[in-house]
Ligand binder design. Structure first.
Ligand SMILES: Nc1ncnc2c1ncn2[C@@H]1O[C@H](COP(=O)(O)OP(=O)(O)OP(=O)(O)O)[C@@H](O)[C@H]1O
Length: 358
């Protein structure tokens, strides 16, 4: 899968323009606030997902204008395809190969990508919910039934928590808790099984990418940490505490993923560069698993990834991710000039220009 050509009109600070990236690594450099992330965001929207910055649709339109338009020619499913996105009146609509598709989510699965942005560092630095979210959103993409399983679990959890809050005022409700415990543990055990299996599959490519990024000097591993070994039993044993707190204390909504760099917990011990490398390895491994499933290599967007990485790690990203089409944004073109192949572009005040090889 790769992007052949992108054109834009009134998308954020990108007024009107187009570019034709190469099939390998494309480096977009420029000073702060020139539009590099905006360009990656424009391409990312063709995955059918929301902006990776969590932006509202109305914010995507150039200030003072009423609509933004994007057009992407890309290679997917063995043929050239064209998709268009229009952002107007606060919503995004799409067209694929000349056919109007309505909401942009209709593009899901047509153009696949993974993205690293500095906010994703909280995957290592932040609390457990972000790590659960990473696994859950990957599973939602890969396993069609997972989203409904997860929402079944969350719905049941919500209902059990509501009941826990009612019990102090209506003691007779205590007897009904058992039904919810049974339902919750059935959903919960399936969620745990799926997450564990995904992380097991992810561990080999993630370890491989991390070994590459660290020039084989460090290792990456992770384990799924359950809040209870036996969920059914934990729910029964902790009923009294749950009633007192009004919350369910055990279950996949409390689980975590422990990440280790060379055997040490990354959240507590990893350096800034190591944390960045961990997130990169996880994202690339996610791309690898997606490609094993779909038979297509997703496009990789790396926003502002180079800072805090030493020369060897930068070299890995620029010269060793040969299987993927990569878009990488950075402030300084220095490291990119060491690229053995690939293309270099300069972004200045929303205008993109190709920089000829030195
Ligand atoms: N809807 C919009 N209309 C006009 N300008 C916008 C809009 N949205 C964002 N911008 C402008 O785009 C610029 C930011 O672009 P972007 O986030 O792509 O920067 P960047 O080149 O990635 O910078 P950095 O290196 O700091 O991350 C800012 O100047 C911002 O004001």
């Amino acid at each position: 899968m790769n992007v052949r050509r992108l054109s834009w009109n009134h998308f954020r600070n990108l007024r009107a323009g187009e570019f034709e990236p190469c099939a390998g690594v494309n480096v977009i450099y420029g000073q702060n606030a020139q539009g590099k992330t905006n360009l990656l965001e424009a391409m990312w929207l063709f995955t059918g997902e929301r902006s990776f910055r969590g932006a509202k649709d109305a914010e995507l339109v150039l200030q003072g204008e009423t609509a933004a338009a994007l057009r992407m020619d890309f290679w997917s499913e063995g043929r050239g395809q064209t998709a268009k996105i229009t952002v107007a009146e606060g919503r995004r609509t799409a067209e694929l190969n000349g056919i109007p598709k309505g909401a942009c989510s209709a593009l899901t699965g047509k153009f696949c990508a993974v993205v690293f942005s500095p906010e994703h560092l909280s995957l290592v630095r932040g609390g457990p919910s972000l790590r659960r979210e990473f696994v859950d959103s990957a599973l939602c993409q890969m396993k069609p039934g997972y989203a409904s399983l997860l929402s079944g679990y969350n719905r049941t959890l919500f209902q059990r928590n509501a009941l826990l809050k009612d019990i102090p005022r209506h003691a007779e409700l205590m007897d009904t808790l058992e039904i919810w415990d049974e339902r919750l543990s059935q959903f919960g055990e399936r969620v745990i099984r799926q997450r564990t299996a995904y992380l097991k599959a992810l561990s080999e490519p993630a370890a491989g990418f991390y070994a590459g990024i660290s020039s084989n000097r460090e290792t990456l591993s992770f384990v799924y940490r359950k809040s209870a070994e036996d969920l059914r039993r934990a729910l029964a044993e902790e009923r009294r505490e749950d009633v007192l707190s009004g919350h369910t204390g055990a279950g996949p909504h409390r689980d975590d993923v422990d990440i280790f760099v060379s055997g040490l917990n990354a959240r507590a011990y990893a350096s800034q560069g190591q944390k960045r490398s961990v997130v990169l390895a996880l994202k690339l491994a996610e791309a690898e698993l997606l490609s094993r499933m779909t038979g297509e290599k997703p496009v990789v967007f790396l926003d502002d990834v180079m800072s805090e990485l030493d020369a060897r790690r930068q070299d890995y990203l620029l010269n060793h991710l040969t299987e993927f089409q990569v878009f990488l944004s950075c402030c300084e073109p220095g490291a990119a000039r060491q690229m053995k192949s690939g293309a270099l572009f300069r972004m200045e005040d929303g205008a993109l220009s190709a920089v000829p090889p030195a």
